[in-house]
Every structure is written in C-alpha cells, then in structure tokens.
Design a protein around this ligand. Sequence first.
Ligand SMILES: Nc1ncnc2c1ncn2[C@@H]1O[C@H](COP(=O)(O)OP(=O)(O)OP(=O)(O)O)[C@@H](O)[C@H]1O
Ligand code: SF4
Ligand SMILES: [Mg+2]
Length: 327
Amino acid sequence: MKMSLVLEARHIEGGYDLGSSFLKAVDDCSLYAYEGEMLGVAGESGCGKSTLAKLIMGLTKPPLRLVKGKSIIDDIDVYKLSWNERKKILWGKVVTMIPQASMNALNPTKKIKDVVFDVVREKYSTPPSKSEILDMAKKRFDEIGLDPVALDMYPIELSGGMKQRAIIAISTLLNPSFLIADEPTSALDVSTQKLLLELLYMLIKRNIVKTLIFISHDIATLRQICDKMCIMYAGKILEISDTEDVINRPLHPYTEKLMESVIPLIPSIRKKTLKGIPGAPPNLLNPPSGCRFHPRCRYAMPLCKEKEPPLREAKKGRFVSCWLHLG
Ligand SMILES: Nc1ncnc2c1ncn2[C@@H]1O[C@H](COP(=O)(O)OP(=O)(O)OP(=O)(O)O)[C@@H](O)[C@H]1O
Ligand code: SF4
Ligand SMILES: [Mg+2]
C-alpha cells in the first residue's frame, strides 16, 4: 500500500536579505515525507537546516525570504496562503516546529496553562472555553506522560525533561499532522534525551502526528529514531536514503567523511581510515562553482568544478548529488 505524502517540498530556494547582499542559505532543496515516517536532517552548523525548516513551513519573517519553490503540507500549498492565513490555519494545526533553543522559549512569568490558553486562542476566531482548552491540554499531557499538575506550574518549577515534554504537548495540542523538531535534544542530558526520543517515537506510533522531521548534527541520535536521513551541506541536499544506508554505505563523499567523524559511535565504519575533512565549509555569499564540496573532495574531477550535480535517484530509493554516481 502506498503511504500518503505529507510533505512535498520542491526546489526550495531562499535566504536572508542583508542590506546590499542576499545570503542564499538554501538552494534548490527538494524533500518528501510520507505518513508514518521519521526523517532526519543532518549537517554541519550553518549548512541551512533550520532555514530549510522555516522555508518549508512558510515562516518567512524578514530578513528570511523564499526566492523559488513550493511547499505542500497535507495538500495545503503553503505559499498560496497569506501570512495571516498561515497563522490561522497552518501553524499549530497542520504543521508545528519545536524550535531550536525552545527550552528557553517558555515565558518565565506565565504558568504553563496560560501559555496553552494563548496558543489555542490565537488559532480560533471563536476560541473554545477555558475549561474546554484545559480538558484538551490535560488529555495531551496524560498521553505524553506528563502529570497535568504541570499546567499549574511556572516553567522554573519544571525539570529540563518536563519542560521539553510540556513544549511538545503544547505544540501538538491542535493535532498537527507534521512536526519539525529542530535540535530538540541538544540542551538535554543523556537520560532526558533518551526519554525525549522515546516520546517523539510514540507521537508517530500513536498517530498523534503523521510525520516528523528531526533536525540534528548528531548522527547517533538520528540513527535511533529516523527511518530516512537527509544530509545537507552549504545550503544543498547532498544525499537522502534509508538511515542505515546513509551510515553504513554512504554514496556522497561528504557523507562518507561525516560518518568517519562519528566513528566511536558507529562500529561498522570503524575500520575505515580516519582523515579530517580538509578545508572549511564555503562562504554562502560566494559559494564555489559546480559542486559546492569540490574544494574539499578527495574524488573531485574537472567536471565537478564546472557543473553542479543534480540530486537524482542513483540506486533504488537512494538520492545523491554527486557526479561519481550520476552516470
Ligand atoms: N537571521 C539571519 N540573518 C542572516 N543570516 C542568517 C540568519 N539566520 C541564519 N543565517 C545564516 O544562514 C545560514 C544557514 O543558517 P541555519 O541557521 O539555517 O543553519 P543550521 O544548519 O540550522 O545551523 P545550526 O546547526 O548551527 O543550527 C548560515 O550561514 C547562517 O549564518
Ligand atoms: S560531484 Fe565531484 S566534487 Fe562533488 S562530491 Fe562528487 S566527486 Fe566530489
Ligand atoms: Mg539550526
């Protein structure tokens, strides 16, 4: 049975207006996610992971701007909606992002239930009553294993793990089909991270959300929960495949290097020679010609400098953007 497509992001291009210049942080990125799928997005800091997530869900608040492309979430064409329409019908109800550094995003002067009231009221012209909203919140808190007494607490009274659960409960209160979690575990200790991963997994298994994109630079974390992995570099998607293929049989030379850098966590690639990736990621204001990885690639050929490799299906279900694999 063919699973239904929840996200269809096609040729997304966008970036930041910086006075006289434009920093293209995301360039021609296409991404698809099906119901029941957990998709990991990995790559070095600054490669455009968070920007891609914002462009996918239409969070184009200046200086961020979409230049080209299309994002369809649950049959809704995001950029056909005005900002106000996105606020009313899209964000929270169809797609939600747990933003990077969200642990500090809860207002310390507001009880959790007041945050819940604000979030729900913003979405309805005739909002449900306070007691109806509280009932919804209690149910969701219960479902994700957080005692509903937390609703009567201030953020400072919650532990790191409880705060993260509260954020997830609030984010999913209106049953969005699609959840984007941007580095949700990076501020947590190891055992809280583990609980959070189990929680995200449970959201999918119980069908609370249909699809989840998990952004992280931590391959070992992504491996624990993601079915598929997407590797980004300098604003581009270089490879998308099943997680174990990406880790054990990477096709793109950059992915290969990235996996070598996580050797202690992944025994199966321990045998490979460990070499650093010479050079630094490119300046996005003036990226290299052709393949953006060519100045650092050990396999670079003359063609790589001249022509940009498209992202294509090189083997069944394995997408890669590298001339070595595009015959
Ligand atoms: N508000 C902004 N204004 C200008 N440039 C920005 C802004 N936010 C991000 N950038 C730039 O866009 C590029 C991509 O940034 P982005 O935050 O999407 O990367 P990331 O992969 O999420 O990094 P990290 O792993 O550190 O979160 C970087 O060069 C960054 O400096
Ligand atoms: S296209 Fe060329 S430079 Fe780019 S990763 Fe492949 S071999 Fe290396
Ligand atoms: Mg980021």
